[in-house]
Ligand binder design. Structure first.
Ligand code: BTN
Length: 272
């Protein structure tokens, strides 16, 4: 990791405001020009648990990772790339669906900052789409320590592709093509604020899950009308229609033979 990045004024501002964002007031913030993967850097902290509370922002990743071993490609300066560590005491009776929390936070931060007529939507559990193209993704990796969940939550947002470049793996779109130029630290701050607001209410509000699922459903409207192909971790593939979230935030889909299947984790969901 190149630790010698100049910290710009906007990054200095992130450091200043962290103290007023409840979930992050004890986190340290670091900005680097280039690294392999911000998720890998924070996972390296797991050698000694509990890990330090950190937020790491990078201009470029040489080995950015997506879900299930896929690559997350970027060009220097063209994306928002960051990870943060999160520690949560485990409760036998309830576990916060952090993937949905992160998706909703991402949607809130981005939809609140782009023109109203552009309507991003969430593909379960937390891919952010505009029309049929992906604009942002989340990679959450976890370990356990003394009845605590330790997570590294990594977020990548396509800000501006250069003329001759776009990611090769998926149909992707950048926010600049929609007329919105974001400075990475500013969007980072908006996402952290939205995430913290949800994380705080997950601790204080007994009806948090219902409210979160309602928010998710509202912010994923087009998804519920899609026909999707699901690929599971074991290679099994099937086609179906998303029906609802269950009480844990898992996705219930109706398969072509009309049977219902509940998905907790998938390799890939493709819209067809
Ligand atoms: C996906 O949609 O497959 C998840 C993409 C997650 C990419 C982010 S970029 C910052 C962090 N570091 C990584 O290596 N991956 C995540």
């Amino acid at each position: 990791m190149n630790k010698n990045a100049d910290c710009c004024t906007d990054c200095e501002n992130v450091k200043k405001v962290l103290g007023e964002i409840p979930s992050f007031k004890c986190h340290s913030f670091q900005h680097v020009r280039s690294t392999g993967s911000t998720n890998d850097d924070l996972k390296a902290d797991w050698k000694i648990l509990p890990p330090p509370k950190r937020i790491l922002l990078a201009d470029h990743q040489q080995n950015g990772r997506g879900q299930f071993g896929r690559k997350w490609e970027n060009q220097p300066g063209g994306s928002l790339l960051f990870s943060f560590s999160w520690i949560q005491e485990l409760d036998d009776s309830y576990s916060v669906p952090w993937p949905l929390v992160t998706g909703v936070a991402l949607h809130k931060a981005i939809s609140g900052a782009i023109p109203n007529q552009i309507e991003p939507w969430l593909k379960w559990p937390n891919d952010l789409y505009i029309n049929e193209s992906k604009v942002a993704g989340v990679l959450i990796e976890t370990t356990h320590w003394n009845n605590h969940l330790c997570a590294v939550i990594g977020v990548g947002v396509n800000l501006k592709f250069s003329e001759n470049w776009r990611p090769s793996v998926e149909k992707a779109i950048d926010l600049a093509s929609l007329g919105k130029i974001f400075k990475p630290p500013e969007l980072l701050e908006a996402i952290l604020r939205a995430w913290s607001e949800l994380a705080e209410s997950s601790q204080n509000d007994t009806s948090f899950s219902q409210k979160l699922f309602h928010e998710f459903s509202k912010r994923s409207k087009p998804f519920w009308n899609k026909v999707i192909q699901v690929e599971l971790g074991n290679g099994e593939k099937f086609i179906g229609k998303p029906k609802k979230l269950d009480e844990k935030g898992s996705l219930v889909i109706m398969k072509e033979n009309l049977s219902l299947e509940t998905l907790t984790s998938v390799f890939q969901i493709s819209i067809i």
